[in-house]
Write a protein that binds this ligand. Structure first.
Ligand code: 5GP
Ligand code: ZN
Length: 114
């Protein structure tokens, strides 16, 4: 997608601090971290959000979760834990319309998601 910020990050047109990359998935540090470790995990292919992932594309979700598995180990938080969030649409406050999973870690988080 021409005007999509995360597509530009995938293409290297906008710089990012990469944490993990394979042929389908990219992970990079959030520019405005909410927790000591805040990584965005995205498919390289453009999907708006979870609702845009159709039956024929469903493997990308497994690819993303395999990447998350590796990222947790790479960052050394697989023992202590982490939180995954994907904002979808207006009420969730989705700002960037390219599917992404927030990977949050680096300290005890609150008991609730909100
Ligand atoms: P959303 O609210 O759409 O779920 O989350 C978008 C996230 O993207 C926010 O946490 C925001 O800080 C992050 N973000 C916005 N612009 C940039 C950018 O240019 N680079 C990086 N690394 N993160 C960004
Ligand atoms: Zn995009």
């Amino acid at each position: 997608m021409e005007d999509c910020l995360f597509c530009k990050i995938v293409k290297g047109e906008v710089p990012s601090e990469k944490v993990y990359e394979d042929d389908k998935v990219l992970a990079f540090k959030d520019i405005n971290p909410a927790t000591p470790i805040h990584v965005l995990v995205i498919p390289k292919k453009h999907y708006e959000n979870v609702l845009d992932v159709k039956e024929e594309d469903k493997e990308i979700i497994a690819d993303i979760f395999q990447a998350i598995n590796k990222i947790a180990k790479k960052l050394g938080v697989d023992k202590d834990g982490f939180r995954i969030i994907s904002n979808c649409g207006k009420d969730a406050g989705q700002e960037v319309m390219h599917l992404h999973f927030h990977f949050l870690a680096g300290g005890k988080m609150g008991p609730k998601i909100i």
